[in-house]
Design a protein around this ligand. Structure first.
Ligand code: PMP
Length: 449
């Protein structure tokens, strides 16, 4: 029966639409942090549908709200008002500081970042945009050109460097990537000290200035940044770096756009938004993934002034964005995060788990780095701690599969797909964290034999 499923998949889908594992999982049910396949096997889901199922699979409250709304009204389009949209806007805007109060509801992270780019260009009257090597902002032509991690860059780039053929106005500085071939800044830590101490903020700033001075026109439209690089495997910036970078961008008339698609909604634990962990105030914030626990929904939040500039240039229209269904679910997600103290849980369980994984770094030569914050964790696999070369892909794949066979689902990322990504639903317990660390440890012991 399983081979029939594989044949069916091959018949209707292209090989570029990749799935994890040599025998892709055929899942049929989810409950909170657990997933079940058709054979009745249970998996602890530590990647939550690519960092998306924020409060747990089929969360009872979210399900109840969705079912109720489904019986009333699904879709109206943005041409009509609906109380669910206003209730949601009230809740979301209460979580953002002044003057970030104008909300645009869309359907995906890519769409949100596309819109943010248009806003930045409309408000600044400039075209050039900056993003980070190692960053990921989406799969549309605009956002793919902003992205620069692994094959996402290679697929549509001209092959001559980091400039994508899709959108020639994006510039990237040589920083931020883990093990990036062109980067003088390696993110693998070679000692056991605190995350920030080995990373050179001043060096980052100098490189940032170089990029601004040499590659970009004097005035820029915007700067896109993730508070922690998600697809790149929880890569962090040196403390204080973003604050200075924001100042440099603003000196040149650019908007600072923070992509909270992975980092928002309490996942980082200490704060609700990733930008708060850097002590900065963005001009535009984009969000998606965890916003509606897996229901398609995304948002861009900006200032009244920037929204007005966009309005002068175009009439923003969107068929599906902000449907009563999406808004009802989005509201339920915000309520659950608050009622069940999920941000606090992310902080507590995330910190606990990060420490446990960091201990494994001392135990295994092939763990080059353990990093992250709250429930966004990266474990970078290397050949050895001296060379810090990425562990060959077949070995990373084997470890990944072995974890799955032992009931643990984790993600992969990084420039060479060498980093395991841990980003479960925020409802997990310390017992779940213990299970995950133990599975990972026993898989590595077997691997080293
Ligand atoms: N920004 C970030 C930080 C992301 O991680 C992603 C998705 N991985 C996106 C944007 C794009 O979101 P979507 O896939 O919903 O278009």
């Amino acid at each position: 029966a399983y081979s029939r499923v594989l044949d069916m998949h091959k018949k209707h889908f292209s090989p570029v639409q990749t799935a994890y594992f040599s025998e892709p999982l055929l899942l049929h049910q989810g409950h909170m942090e657990w997933l079940f396949d058709y054979q009745g096997n249970r998996y602890l889901d530590f990647f939550s549908g690519i960092v998306t199922v924020s409060v747990g699979h089929c969360h009872p409250k979210v399900n109840a709200v969705a079912q109720k709304q489904m019986g009333c009204l699904w879709h109206t389009s943005a041409l009509f008002f609906h109380p669910q949209i206003h209730a949601y806007a009230e809740k979301l805007s209460a979580l953002l500081p002044e003057p970030l109060k104008i909300i645009f509801l869309v359907n995906s992270g890519s769409e949100a970042n596309d819109l943010a780019m248009m806003m930045a260009r409309a408000h600044s009257n400039n075209m050039d945009v900056i993003s980070f090597r190692g960053g990921y902002h989406g799969s549309s032509p605009y956002t793919l050109s902003l992205s620069n991690v692994g094959s996402y860059r290679m697929t549509l780039s001209s092959g001559t460097g980091c400039q994508s053929t899709m959108c020639p106005d994006v510039f990237r500085g040589p920083w931020g990537g883990s093990h990036c071939r062109d980067s003088p800044v390696q993110t693998v830590r070679k000692c056991n000290c605190a995350p920030d101490c080995c990373q050179a903020k001043d060096q980052y700033i100098e490189q940032f200035k170089d990029t601004l001075n040499t590659s970009v026109a004097k005035s820029i439209a915007g700067f896109f940044v993730e508070p922690i690089q998600g697809v790149n495997g929880a890569v962090q910036y040196p403390k204080g770096f973003l604050k200075e970078a924001f100042e440099l961008v603003r000196e040149r008339g650019g908007m600072c756009i923070v992509d909270e698609v992975q980092t928002g909604f309490g996942r980082l634990g200490s704060h609700f938004w990733g930008f708060q962990t850097h002590g900065v105030l963005p001009d535009i914030v984009t969000m998606a993934k965890g916003i509606a626990n897996g229901f398609p929904m995304a948002a861009v939040v900006t200032t009244p002034e920037i929204a007005k500039s966009l309005g002068k240039r175009l009439w923003h229209f969107n068929t599906f964005g902000g449907s009563p269904m999406a808004c009802a679910i989005g509201s339920a997600v915000l309520e659950v995060i608050k009622e069940e103290h999920l941000q606090e849980n992310s902080h507590e369980v995330g910190t606990y788990m990060l420490l446990k994984f960091a201990k494994l770094r001392d135990e295994f030569e092939i763990i080059g780095d353990v990093r992250g914050k709250g429930l966004l964790i990266g474990i970078e696999m290397v050949k050895d701690k001296i060379s810090c070369q990425p562990l060959p892909s077949e070995e990373v794949s084997q470890i990944h599969e072995d974890c799955k066979d032992m009931g643990l689902l984790i993600g992969r990322g990084g420039i060479f797909s060498q980093t395991f990504r841990i980003a479960p639903s925020m409802c997990i317990s310390k017992t779940d964290a213990d299970f995950a660390v133990e599975v990972f440890r026993s898989v590595l012991i077997r691997h080293m034999e």
